[in-house]
Design a protein around this ligand. Sequence first.
Ligand SMILES: Cc1cc2nc3c(=O)[nH]c(=O)nc-3n(C[C@H](O)[C@H](O)[C@H](O)COP(=O)(O)OP(=O)(O)OC[C@H]3O[C@@H](n4cnc5c(N)ncnc54)[C@H](O)[C@@H]3O)c2cc1C
Length: 619
Amino acid sequence: MAAEFDFIVVGGGSAGAVIASRLSEDPACQVALIEAGDRPPEISSLPIAPAAMQLNPTTDWMYTADPGKAGLGLNGGRMPVPRGKMLGGSSGINYMVYVRGHPGDFDAWAEGGAAGWSYADVLPYFRKSEGLAPSDEIVVDTPAHNSTGPLGVSVRAPVLPAAQQFVEAAVAAGIPRGDYNGRDRGGAAGFVSLTQTTTRGGKRSSTYVAFLAGEPESRSNLTIITGAQVRRILFKGQTGQITATGVEYRTAAGETVVAHAAKEVILSAGAIGSPHLLLLSGIGPRQEVEALGVSCLVDSPHVGKHLRDHLMCPLVYPAPGIGVPATEIGLSMGPDALRAPAGPLPADHAQDAKLSPELQTLKQEAERRLAEWQATGRGLAASSLVDAVVFCSTGLGDLHSHDTEIMCFVTGANDDFMRLILNVDTARFFDDVSKRLAPDAENLVLLANPVLPHSQGEITLASADPSVHPTIRMNYFDDPHDMKVMVAAIRRSLDIAAHWPGNRKLGQLMVPPFLAEKHDYEPGAKPSDALLEDFALHFSLTVYHPTSTCRIGDVVDPRLRVRGVAQLRVADASVMPNVISGNTNAPSIMIGEKAAEMIAAEHGVKLAEFVGERSASHH
Ligand SMILES: Cc1cc2nc3c(=O)[nH]c(=O)nc-3n(C[C@H](O)[C@H](O)[C@H](O)COP(=O)(O)OP(=O)(O)OC[C@H]3O[C@@H](n4cnc5c(N)ncnc54)[C@H](O)[C@@H]3O)c2cc1C
């Protein structure tokens, strides 16, 4: 007999872990959380190591996308699209930048028809999650924050000099310091700040750590099923009266299992996973799903459409005495990161007895750093290397918000990272890869990132077989507006670089030689728009922020109920009516908090606290 629950949450990521945790606060409420991945590996807690969980099929879904007009300088022209596969989801592998969005982003959602999602409506849910550690290093708009919530938010310690210098450079370029998560994100000039990160005591605060680990996961009314990929949603009833009754999932051992939900199924499988599951279950554009042999239960033309994502152009600078070299990063990750094939230590620990004195010293230093981080939460290991950020406007439109983000990545990392993780054709990007990306090279990268793209991509079924990835078309730069903002965002970044403080200056921007030649670019000269456009078309990279594929208004109503189906909701980044002007983890967590209260209010579930819903009988 199939297991029976009140609620089944599909996907334990940024939103899903929150929903399962909150609903199970009521001991009378039976909740199942079904997650394709497992608990996060130990390395997930180490902020410097996000890349170690990519390209690993146990922790990453390993999607790739058609990048539209972009991606000309990527190997094979494909854009890797990592997604976390674990309890905590992408919050377990992300770069931990904690950004809520501009108040105007949410007000635009509400004005567009998403009733209940204005900034005033969503602020209580951001506050509900947050446990901000006090810091003298940043400006904090205290009323917008909370220091007692489960999600650790902090500024890493100690502050890296490169990040501090970026803040000073931005100030010199006319961008004031401020709280980019405050109630006011400044006018067109915007704000610069050291990054608020989802960390506590120097360790990653994923939604697994914050909302499930410890007491919640031991609740007898919360059943967490890991290693279980949901393959389709189950329904009863005829056209016009279709009701979700449960899900079918495949265990790691290959067994097919059914679970029933007496009250609701909640899809929190993310901006790729949730539309994929709807399409596999026959909820989507009729012609598209039927063409693949899936019978269409609800013709819902917008499922998988309106995909938004952020694209950033990496501006790499030689930064002697400023940038963090790859050797330092390797050392801070502990001795295992230095083992063969990538590192100098032997793959087999047993061989360590025969290490040369130099390698023995190297190993001891790596052990010392890791132990120090474990004990104190401090050191380079506590940084995701994205330690300072600017939000501002180019003035080209979208004046209700900021259309530009500039992140400071305080390292150029190494060839493996650029070539394998980011898929950049480094032989074309750099004039001399072995020198530019040498293990001890000190580089710094400014990431110019237009955050309100007008182009829209899509996710479509590639097969009726749930184990086959859906097709992801990003359509980057489809709308010419996006390139104009990109060029302006790059110019703003170049201006910040030109204002670098102190005696140590950044070197010349590394312009790929084939582009320099094509556009008659002389080192140190002002690059033309045509050069910057070409640069962006070749080497822009996803910032890993897909959203809006089941957006409110089209696929779900403002209470996140799937149109045309009873007892089925979607709650994750896919419901955003538009991508917010910043990184998308915090708003996904907010969506989880708000969804939990809406569901609880409608079903009489007694949460420990309601911060937004008027009463438990609200409909
Ligand atoms: C490498 C990387 C870096 C990033 N950096 C940042 C950053 O620094 N700051 C920031 O704000 N944002 C960042 N993001 C984005 C942010 O993490 C995501 O927007 C956010 O986590 C999305 O939350 P979600 O709940 O929609 O989806 P996810 O957190 O991805 O959760 C979806 C969950 O559903 C599970 N799932 C999917 N399909 C199924 C299925 N069929 N059956 C069972 N389970 C399923 C997945 O395994 C996953 O656990 C980054 C993302 C990545 C990948």
